[in-house]
Design a protein around this ligand. Structure first.
Ligand code: HBI
Length: 96
């Protein structure tokens, strides 16, 4: 499915809106590390994100160890960043 990529201006505006997120070196993804009180809190966050992901049909790449969740957002169907990544990053900010 062809999903439009964000323009450079849209990408820059997103990064300005979400200062905790950074652009991956290749410019095709945004990344953020979340830290929680313990594993249980990290898992609760991941559960909320998982429910969102299924509804949105858009899924994060992530790595969890104990209280840390490293997240990468990119849209495989766009081969880069799309509005779906922006929406998911905003949703994640609402889950912390
Ligand atoms: N998640 N991050 C991400 N990127 C996608 O392109 C994507 C997805 N979840 C489901 C999905 N695409 C579906 O549209 C199918 O392509 C599997």
């Amino acid at each position: 499915m062809a999903i439009p990529r964000l323009s450079d201006a849209q990408r820059d505006a997103l990064l300005a809106e979400l200062p905790a997120w950074t652009l991956r070196e290749d410019g095709r993804a945004i990344v953020r590390t979340f830290r929680f009180a313990d594993f249980s809190a990290a898992w609760a966050f991941m559960n909320r994100v998982a429910l969102y992901a299924e509804k949105a049909d858009h899924h994060p790449e992530w790595f969890n160890v104990y209280n840390r969740v490293d997240v990468t957002l990119t849209t495989h169907d766009a081969d880069g960043l799309s509005a779906r990544d922006a929406a998911m990053a905003r949703a994640m900010e609402g889950f912390v």
